[in-house]
Design a protein around this ligand. Structure first.
Ligand code: ADP
Ligand code: MG
Length: 242
């Protein structure tokens, strides 16, 4: 039987509220406004996933679906240095695919399934999951169609996570809906896009926001085994930290 593993985020506080980090064999979602650190957490985890277990890693390779063109090998190299890893090797262990539209994003899962057969991959980053679905199905009348395509993508994704013992971390954008404040306490109405289809697929959801000064705040919104708690973190040259 496959044993699920936890991958560190780089922040001890955030790891603590996640009971060790984000899990393999499931889908986690990080959402929040622009510049709150979603992509930076992904970069940090892409290095952490390669580290030994005792350092919060999973001794694995990383696949990365980049839909916004924000993957930066230079950042990987800087984060690798923080953990004493060879920067070049850290970059070589990350297989990045630039996705061009939502159909292509779905087709990339075939490529990943093939690569994951090697058994070496432990982390899949999707940054971001909804961007291309939102541009491809932007008309009002296209929402049902979008949600159907999204559902197919996520179903396949969940199967990959389970079958290959991979941690899927996807980022997501927020929609500001003041009316939702009452429903989601402590979120100021910030809710992830993607509706029920995405909510159903994400096992763990973490909301990021800016705090005081350089501080950022992460809050667990929805998790089967973690209580709703907050953690603060900062973004450094070496990635996410306390
Ligand atoms: P999001 O993906 O949520 O839009 P990012 O993950 O791109 O946001 O985070 C952007 C933030 O990260 C910016 O505030 C930027 O200043 C900060 N940042 C990027 N690189 C570094 C670095 N090397 N050191 C410190 N902060 C950084
Ligand atoms: Mg980003």
């Amino acid at each position: 039987r496959k044993q699920c593993m936890k991958i560190s985020t780089g922040s001890k506080q955030l790891d603590t509220i996640l009971l060790g980090g984000f899990e393999t064999m499931s889908i986690s979602e990080i959402y929040g406004e622009f510049r709150c650190g979603k992509t930076q957490i992904c970069h940090t985890m892409a290095v952490m996933a390669q580290l030994p277990r005792e350092m919060g890693g999973a001794e694995g390779k990383v696949a990365w679906i980049d839909t916004e063109g924000t993957f930066r090998p230079e950042r990987i190299a800087q984060i690798a240095e923080r953990f004493g890893v060879d920067p070049e090797q850290a970059c070589d262990n990350i297989c990045v695919s630039r996705s061009l539209n939502s159909e292509h994003q779905y087709e990339l899962l075939d490529v990943l399934a093939f690569n994951f057969c090697s058994g070496e991959y432990r982390l899949l980053v999707i940054d971001s999951v909804m961007a291309l679905f939102r541009t491809d199905y932007s008309g009002r009348g296209e929402l049902a169609e979008r949600q159907q395509a999204l559902g197919q993508f996520l179903k396949r994704l969940a199967a990959l996570a389970e079958e290959f013992n991979v941690c899927v971390v996807m980022t997501n954008q927020v929609q500001s809906d003041p009316g939702a404040s009452a429903l989601f306490s402590g979120t100021d109405g910030r809710k992830p896009v993607g509706g029920h289809v995405l909510a159903h697929a994400s096992t763990t959801r973490v909301l990021l926001r800016k705090g005081r000064g350089e501080e950022r705040v992460a809050k667990i919104i929805d998790s089967p085994n973690c209580p709703e708690r907050e953690a603060t973190y900062i973004i450094t040259n070496g990635g996410i930290s306390d």
